[in-house]
Design a protein around this ligand. Structure first.
Ligand code: SF4
Length: 380
């Protein structure tokens, strides 16, 4: 294979059918030999691929595998998922984060039962109409499970495709993404038997993603062992480190949040179920607030008093925890606190729960970390 000069001559290399055929063959041959043995690849039904695709969004494959196996064991099909108890579903999802994904799957499963006889729809439009399923996910599920010729574009393929075609423009721009979607479509096998998964879109799409995960990595791509190195325009130009280009750098903001550990005389912890419409809705957490409800410790004290009634005393900070959410770098300041006076019965949604009870309830990420810390340190 030799790199085509077409990309610099006004006629993109992606328009060269012979170049595309070489890339396609390189990817398919490589995938046949190097594909990772992942549980959803062994029996790629639309339902199983759907679950894997949703779980793998924003989450590493190695993390997903045990979650996937547990999930399929508990909810083997869309009907079982549609019937799931939401609290149990959230507990199953706990640790994967981005809980909206689980809620959307739950809603989608109900629609699949209601409108599609419990079977994941194989029509692209029907799949796209389900909650939580966009252009990429619909294409991935239907191509991987059913070998349908649908393009895909996600983090890995944005990187692999833009390097292959030598795309110098920023991939933050819509025009670049349009170019990459077009390339993804052009790269799909032209002639294949619907039952030949090994040479069809099912393998081609997975091969491109797999190459991005294992070889064409964001930093230090392994060009020396890359099966499409000779066709790669970024490599030919020595631009692997510059492509894909980005214009917008995420700007992080520091943010302080506050939490309180309040126990009763039976060793139970004060918690609440997070109200709908907010992050981690439906999950359980210790009393916790941040801006604009709590801009500093004094403000947090006021927030606690308003919510719990009685007299609240904030003692010392017993732990600080750092974590990141979207653009925020959050420092969570955890106070030991006591409540005296006021009505004995707490207003909804506040409850006292034992550590054992909390083990069976879905908790926010920091809530679970805090509970584990409390238990490990035998804090009471
Ligand atoms: Fe990626 Fe290098 Fe392969 Fe090009 S040659 S696709 S930059 S790993």
């Amino acid at each position: 294979m030799s790199p085509s000069p077409a990309s610099t001559a006004g006629d993109p290399v992606s328009n060269d059918a012979r170049w595309r055929a070489r890339v396609r063959k390189g990817l398919l041959d490589w995938f046949a030999e190097h594909a990772r043995d992942l549980p959803w690849r062994r029996d790629p039904t639309p339902y199983r691929v759907w679950v894997s695709e949703i779980m793998c969004q924003q989450t590493q494959v190695a993390t997903v595998v045990p979650y996937f196996l547990r999930f399929l064991d508990r909810y083997p099909d869309a009907a079982a998922l549609a019937d799931a108890d939401e609290s149990e579903l959230m507990r199953m999802w706990e640790g994967l984060g981005y809980y909206r994904r689980a809620r959307s799957m739950h809603a989608a499963a109900k629609q699949i039962v209601e409108n599609h006889n419990g079977e994941f729809p194989l029509q692209y439009r029907d799949a796209l109409a389900l909650p939580g399923i966009g252009r990429y996910t619909a294409g991935a599920i239907l191509s991987i499970s059913s070998n349908l010729p649908l393009p895909i574009l996600e983090g890995n393929t944005i990187r692999v495709f833009s390097r292959l075609i030598g795309l110098r423009d920023s991939v933050d721009e819509k025009a670049s993404l349009d170019t990459l979607w077009d390339f993804s479509e052009q790269l799909l096998p032209r002639k294949f038997s619907p039952t030949d998964r090994a040479r069809g879109p099912a393998s081609l799409n997975q091969a491109a993603m797999e190459l991005g995960a294992l070889v064409c990595t964001p930093r230090d791509p392994k060009c020396l062992i890359c099966p499409v190195a000779k066709a790669c325009q970024a490599r030919a130009a020595g631009l692997q480190a510059e492509i894909p280009a980005k214009t917008q750098k995420m700007k992080y903001e520091a943010r302080s949040e506050y939490a309180a550990l309040v126990s009763d005389n039976q060793g139970r912890w004060l918690v609440r179920q997070i109200p709908p419409g907010t992050r981690f809705a439906g999950m359980w957490d210790f009393p916790k607030a941040g801006p604009p409800d709590a801009n500093d410790a004094e403000h947090f004290h006021q927030w606690l008093t308003n919510h719990l009634g009685g007299r609240i005393q904030l003692d010392e900070v017993v732990k600080t925890m750092k974590h990141a959410v979207t653009k925020y770098r959050i420092t969570l300041n955890v106070y030991r606190a006591t409540r005296t006076g006021g009505p004995k019965a707490l207003a909804e949604p506040w409850k006292f729960r034992t550590p054992d009870q909390l083990k069976h309830l879905p908790m926010s990420t920091t809530g679970r970390r805090l509970l584990n810390w409390v238990e490990k340190n035998q804090f009471s």
